[in-house]
Design a binder for this molecule. Structure first.
Ligand SMILES: C[C@H](O)CC(=O)SCCNC(=O)CCNC(=O)[C@H](O)C(C)(C)COP(=O)(O)OP(=O)(O)OC[C@H]1O[C@@H](n2cnc3c(N)ncnc32)[C@H](O)[C@@H]1OP(=O)(O)O
Length: 723
């Protein structure tokens, strides 16, 4: 049943036109038809003097229906995109013979805000979220946002909102001139109706924002602002076309006027919808939403229990980051350490995390102070008697973790969730000696835990659905994206990505320059390369995780002596300022030529270069030789059913490993290459350089049958063989 509709009610001379399409009143194609129909009725009727445009159920609109983009991506048919910018926004609303006031509440995003910008005034309820996030979907505002917003609030602020997808509240909007008045939610319709009548009777100005020029500066000033914005987005929006295209469109309107700007905007919008960047970003959008739907967890009528008090064991980098994330969301935390020196260090780290957010303007002072009051340090388990959840975050040491789980089983109440932040160790081993396996779960955060958005939730065969659901709810409260995965060494993300650093090491030992590898991976779109990442994480982590992986997957690990050699040479990465790079406060990491002899030594020890000579590989091959083994492992993760669906691995790779979101995630990207080419490349390298590259059964089957890697397992049996 189509739930998208537009209704109209006339009260005392004002037509209230309401958009209804739960849950966010997305602007589906039928909504535009509905708007045209109701507006034309309102314009016709003699008992209507003015119009108020509103959204149903406390939300104005979350913007254009993103499902339509997905349809374009699947079919390649851009004709399904409506051309509403002139047809509806200019001809029907802005140039209509009766004034329209937008009554904004909850959210007005993308096309939703653009509809409001086309109205003659905007009244908003408090805390309404206003923004133009289109660039995060690989497109630009396509219904006049690029032209009207700068004319309403000035170019610099408009660029901030559009280019960096920063939304503002109605209160900020009022200061900027985006909103005409902020009124309590209960009075929104009443005030908007009166405002609309006041415009009709010329008691208030009838403003068509496309024609306003008073907020725009002189031409040279605006050229200078756009030029500097171009430089800025070059840094932050590599490999994506929409940012520069958006600036072109804004510039067109500045030079030739708003109407010309609209025409160009509409054309560029349609072109951008068809780009790879938009395909990847829209896929990532839906992939993120899909993670909330977990079979036998979210669909069996369970309700999450409240989690008010959490104990975090271990005040190191991870523990303090997790504690920070929790207190920032008003969850009371007790942080346990083994002695007062470590405890003090942990508390100081939490304080530094919180203050860091304040200094980066991500948190206000008041909120920071309030958050820090939610933290208490302890040295024993006496305070664990009323905690709702424990998150163990000590070093990756199996006997230690086993001991802790034995202790907390006794110290905590029976309802308490027992979670481990282990990144690699099998949870069945951790909880083997307890009788609480139904409440043991993995809560794997990514470093820095108070910043990185992914929470990997690991359920074992015995973890109860209620426990998983509770942890998903906590994840949402602390503003993470929880992805539920199965139990195995490395779980979904670290298991998929362990070949990433392994293949980088293998390439170095085959003679490829290490700094070239990092640079090429950055060019591909990851924020840092595998070696800089290793520097950042510290070599202890590399040694511990490589050990775990080489025990579980001995057939596909490369025994690199390089990390141990670096440690022997007094290098421990960013920790001590010396790794592959040198680190000095305030300056960027610098490649350190002093590591070259250490690399030579490592190459001598492994002696794997064919005929003792460095291999010759193109830039493209370097990237592929590093990322195809990752895809290969991702195939095994899919085959083993570690994730519910392929798109979970996509969003986890984007949010946990910073895989570029505009490439859609690891599997989505792999499908753009095709199973066949992936298979043939891995097969070729495995013949030349060994079984590390050997294609997995899953990949081989998908390649042979011509099925996308992302297709659900059942597709494999029904699909037609291609080769
Ligand atoms: C022409 C124009 O310029 C082009 C555009 O307008 S492009 C669209 C611009 N708008 C956006 O980018 C906003 C996208 N949406 C969001 O950021 C968030 O969904 C939100 C802030 C609106 C709401 O967040 P939240 O309350 O956490 O709910 P969230 O789980 O994200 O979404 C609820 C449901 O609405 C859907 N939804 C949200 N926005 C949607 C949209 N614009 N189109 C279609 N579906 C949408 C989600 O897919 C989800 O569906 P599901 O329940 O089936 O998984």
């Amino acid at each position: 049943m189509n739930r998208a509709r537009v209704t109209m009610e006339v009260i005392d001379g004002v037509a209230i036109v309401t958009i209804s399409n739960p849950p966010v009143n997305a602007l589906a194609l039928t909504i535009f038809d509905g708007l045209k129909e109701k507006f034309s009725e309102a314009m016709r009727r003699d008992d209507v003097k003015a119009i108020v445009l509103a959204g149903n159920a406390g939300r104005f609109s979350g913007g254009f229906d993103i499902n339509v983009f997905e349809t374009v991506h699947k079919t390649g048919d851009i004709s399904v995109l409506p051309d509403t910018s002139i047809d509806v926004l200019v001809n029907v609303i802005e140039d209509g013979k009766k004034p329209t006031v937008a009554a904004l509440e909850g959210l007005a995003l993308g096309g939703g805000l653009e509809l409001a910008l086309g109205c003659h005034a905007r009244i908003a309820a408090p805390k309404t979220q206003l923004g133009l996030p289109e660039l995060t979907l690989g497109v630009i505002p396509g219904s006049g946002g690029t032209q009207r917003l700068p004319r309403l609030i000035g170019l610099p602020k408009a660029l901030e909102i559009i280019l960096f997808s920063r939304s503002v509240t109605s209160e900020e909007g009022k200061k900027l001139g985006l909103v005409d008045a902020v009124v309590p939610s209960g009075e929104l319709l009443k005030v908007s109706r009166q405002w609309a009548l006041d415009i009709a009777d010329r008691r208030k100005p009838w403003i068509r924002s496309l024609h306003s020029i008073d907020k725009l500066g002189s031409l040279p000033e605006m050229h200078a602002i756009i030029k500097s914005a171009r430089q800025q987005v070059k840094q932050v929006a590599k490999n994506m076309p929409q940012h520069q295209a958006c600036l072109d469109v804004i510039e067109e309107g500045i030079i030739h006027g708003g109407y010309h700007g609209l025409l160009k905007e509409s054309k560029v919008f349609r072109e951008l919808v068809a780009t790879d960047a938009s395909k990847g970003l829209v896929h990532a959008f839906f992939a993120q939403r899909a993670t909330t739907k977990v079979p036998n967890i979210s669909d069996i009528g369970l309700k999450p229990r409240p989690i008010k008090k959490v104990a975090v064991i271990g005040g190191g980098l991870m523990g303090s980051g997790i504690a920070t994330a929790l207190i920032l969301s008003d969850i009371y935390v007790i942080l346990k350490e083994i002695n007062s020196e470590y405890l003090l260090k942990g508390i100081k780290m939490v304080e530094a995390n919180v203050r860091g957010l304040v200094s980066r303007k991500k948190l206000v002072e008041d909120k920071a102070e309030k958050a820090l009051l939610m933290l208490k340090g302890v040295l024993d388990y006496s305070e664990f008697k009323d905690v709702d959840m424990v998150i163990e975050a000590v070093i990756e040491n199996i006997p230690l973790k086993r001991k802790i789980f034995g202790d907390i089983e006794k110290a905590c109440p029976p309802h308490c969730i027992l979670a481990s932040n282990t990144s690699t160790i099998d949870l069945d081993i951790v909880g083997e000696k307890t009788k609480s396996q139904d409440r043991i779960v993995g809560a794997h955060f990514f470093s820095p835990a108070h910043v990185m958005p992914l929470l990997e939730i690991i359920r074992t065969d015995k973890t109860s659905p209620q426990v998983v659901l509770d942890l998903m709810a906590v994840g949402k409260i602390i503003k993470k994206v929880p992805v539920v995965v199965g139990n195995c060494t490395g779980f979904a993300v670290n298991r998929t990505f362990f070949p990433y650093s392994q293949s980088a090491h293998l390439l170095v030992h085959l003679g490829v320059d290490l700094f070239r590898i990092d640079q090429l991976i950055r060019n591909f779109g990851l924020p840092i390369g595998p070696f800089e990442l290793q520097d950042l994480a510290g070599y202890g982590v590399a040694v511990a995780t490589t050990k775990e992986f080489s025990l579980t997957f001995p057939d596909r690990t490369f025994a690199t002596p390089l990390v141990e050699l670096l440690i022997e040479n007094g290098r421990n990465g960013k920790n001590n300022g010396k790794g592959y790079y040198t680190y000095e406060k305030g300056s960027k990491p610098k490649p350190d030529p002093a590591v070259l002899p250490i690399i030579e030594e490592s190459r001598r020890l492994t002696n794997i270069m064919p005929n003792g000579k460095p291999i010759s590989v193109t830039d493209e091959e370097v990237v592929e030789m590093i990322l195809f083994p990752v895809v290969n492992e991702a195939c095994r993760v899919l085959d083993d059913g570690v994730v519910v669906r392929a798109s979970d691995l996509d969003i986890a790779s984007v949010l946990g490993m910073s895989f570029p979101s505009y490439r859609g995630g690891i599997i989505f990207w792999a499908d753009t290459i095709g199973a066949d080419r992936l298979y043939r490349s891995l097969q070729k390298w495995s013949e030349a350089y060994g079984k590390f590259f050997k294609p997995s059964k899953y990949l081989e089957e998908r390649a042979t049958r011509g099925i996308p890697l992302s297709a659900p397992a059942s597709t494999a049996s029904v699909a037609r063989p291609r080769l």
